[in-house]
Design a protein around this ligand. Structure first.
Ligand SMILES: Nc1ncnc2c1ncn2[C@@H]1O[C@H](COP(=O)(O)OP(=O)(O)OP(=O)(O)O)[C@@H](O)[C@H]1O
Ligand SMILES: [Mg+2]
Length: 585
């Protein structure tokens, strides 16, 4: 229940609407409970005054009160249910905003499917509480309150007997409700499984096809689908039983009223009109009594859902704009990067050090490179520069300032980053390249960035040039074109520091070297940090660092490193040999 306290500020934000809804609930119930009195009077008139005018008059009054009650019920829904939609809208926005602010490490440990299901299923459960949950609780309270007063005025004994079955009724609704919830939860889980399977399969359809696994995948789907279908049937059965039972139980609660009330009428203690009125109250109360059990279920479900949402909402972006930070605009940087004794391990694996005592410096405008075998920590090292992860020891500095003192936004604006696993949106080429700097992404600037990344010529051949759509709704770029688009996207922001993590692995060796040589030449003032497996690409850099098992094993210029006859020398000879073999072939 404590979990639901997180909703308090949202509810308070709509307190006027909710307050009005509250007043309308009281009004609708006063009218609903007043109406049946005229049924009693009409029945009594049939026996006493025998005047049809009286009977019609009383009935008309009953209809009038029923209409008034209905009108205010309409207003109740307008206020409370509509408010719950407003709050749902706010909650969704806040949830998405929060997701955008969470750090990389959060996404390393949480699956996308889970985040989507929190934002849909769990948020729906919370909304059920905010709308129907709150509305029916208040309504039940006032309906019981006013109806019981009216019933007590008619006959306290009869009231006692009429309410006798109520606790059993609401408890059984609660129990059946819980088992229905269990089943629907398991249906939801099945559904999530199916969604995951379909999503992953369609994304990886090329792999499925190339390994001719279609039949196997179809079978897997059919199995999950069958499971889902069976669970739905079992829920359907329970629901059918539930509604049948409710009708029966309401009917049972009439028995004591008829019995004891009937004896009272025979003995002349009660008028027949009074009993008629009483019967109307008993039927009128059956739904509120049922809804006690039902609402309890909604509240429990919402509390669990909000608990899961709170887990995410309470995750603070650990790379927050820290206390150390200065405010105000940063002076235009020079683009000097230095690492001082930096060590790092991934938050999920504190026992495995990935970087150990890394120290190096890249002068403003210099071009440096990292090489090394796969898994030695090159990507990890460069991820620390824009603070995608936080170093565990030592210090990463930009222009001689600890990067933790620089507002993250400022820092990231100065560091252009082309990740190893690139990603483009289903949008035009133009919007993709201008993604990081939309405010000044004029066509000239975008074309200039594309020219630097040597993508311009390719784009000119496309049907709609820079307006060509990519991805699902448009064309697919080749691997190398995609990588060059990602480079153009980083270059278009005019960063002071440009990090290229194996950014051209998809093009052939000589093209990679040609593009990078041009890039180094055209961006003389930009500090470039290059990662590549190819010696031909890095050999013109000012300094080259060889990583091995998370430490810098060798460093120097290409010639110096060759003289050292170490790891770099070995790599060089191996690649030379490969080239020779290729040229012979
Ligand atoms: N998100 C992560 N969580 C935990 N461990 C990770 C994570 N990313 C990478 N690692 C581990 O850190 C080590 C270094 O990985 P990294 O990606 O930095 O290597 P790399 O030098 O870039 O390799 P490659 O040349 O293949 O790109 C590897 O052992 C890898 O398993
Ligand atoms: Mg890497």
């Amino acid at each position: 229940m404590k979990n639901l306290l997180a909703l308090k500020p949202y509810l308070l934000g709509y307190k006027r609407h909710l307050g009005e809804g509250f007043i309308y609930i009281i009004l609708t119930n006063i009218f609903a409970v007043t109406g049946p009195r005229y049924i009693g009077s009409a029945v009594d008139a049939m026996q006493e005054s025998f005047r049809i005018e009286d009977i019609i008059g009383f009935t008309a009054l009953y209809v009038l009160f029923a209409l008034l009650s209905g009108f205010f019920l309409f207003l109740v829904r307008q206020k409370i249910i509509v408010t719950s939609r407003h709050i749902e809208y706010d909650l969704k926005n806040d949830y998405y905003r929060h997701l955008q602010q969470l750090p990389r490490s959060f996404y390393d440990r949480t699956s996308t499917g889970e985040l989507i299901s929190r934002g849909t299923n769990d948020l729906n459960a919370v909304r059920d509480f905010l709308g129907p949950g709150i509305m029916y609780s208040i309504n039940t309270f006032f309906r019981l309150f006013f109806a019981i007063i009216a019933m007590l005025a008619l006959s306290p004994t009869l009231t006692f007997f009429a309410l006798l079955p109520a606790p059993i009724l609401s408890y059984s609704v609660y129990r059946i409700g819980r088992s229905m919830q269990k089943r629907s939860k398991s249906i939801q889980e099945s559904y999530a499984e199916i969604t995951n399977l379909v999503q992953e399969n369609l994304t990886g359809i090329r792999v499925v096809k190339s390994f001719t696994r279609e039949e196997v995948e179809i079978e897997r789907f059919e199995k999950l689908n069958l499971d889902y279908y069976r669970k739905n049937l079992s829920l359907g059965k329970l629901q059918a039983l539930f509604f049948a039972m409710l009708t029966a139980m309401t009917a049972f609660s009439l028995i004591p009223v008829i019995w004891i009330g009937g004896m009272g009428a025979i003995g002349g203690k009660m008028s027949i009109g009074g009993i008629a009125q009483f019967i109307v109250y008993v039927t009128m109360l059956s739904w509120p009594i049922i809804s006690i059990g039902w609402v309890t279920g909604i509240v429990q479900k919402a509390a669990a859902a909000q608990g899961r949402l709170n887990e995410i909402l309470d995750t603070v972006p650990d790379i927050a704009n820290g206390e150390k930070q200065e405010t105000g605009e940063a002076a235009p940087g020079r683009g000097e990067i230095s690492f001082r004794n930096v060590s790092f391990h991934y938050p999920s694996q504190p026992d495995i050090p990935v970087l150990k005592n890394i120290t190096f410096k890249a002068e403003p405008g210099s071009k440096i490179a990292f090489v090394g075998a796969t898994g030695t920590g090159k990507t990890t090292l460069v991820s620390l520069i824009p603070r995608l992860y936080e170093a565990n020891g030592g210090m990463v500095m930009l222009d001689s300032r600890d990067i933790r003192e620089i507002p993250v936004e400022n820092l990231r604006r100065q560091v252009g980053f082309v990740p190893q696993n690139n990603f483009l949106f289903s949008d035009t080429i133009e919007n993709n390249i201008g993604y990081g700097s939309p405010e000044d992404a004029d066509p000239g600037r975008i074309a200039a960035a594309a020219r630097i990344a040597m993508l311009d010529d390719d784009v000119r051949d496309f049907p709609e040039q820079y307006k060509t759509m990519l991805g699902e709704k448009g064309i697919n770029l080749s691997g190398g074109q995609k990588q060059r688009a990602c480079i153009a996207r980083a270059v278009a922001c005019h960063p002071k520091v440009l990090v290229l993590d194996d950014a051209l692995s998809a093009v052939d060796t000589s093209t990679e070297a040609r593009i990078f040589d041009a890039l180094l030449e055209q961006l003389p003032e930009t500090t470039i940090i290059l990662i590549s497996h190819r010696i031909s690409t890095v050999k013109n850099c000012d300094s080259i660092f060889v990583l091995s098992e998370g430490t810098i094993a060798e460093c120097g210029t290409h010639d110096e490193l060759l003289h050292q006859k170490g790891i770099y020398y070995g790599l060089y000879n191996q690649q030379l040999l490969e080239d020779e073999i290729l040229s012979l072939a």
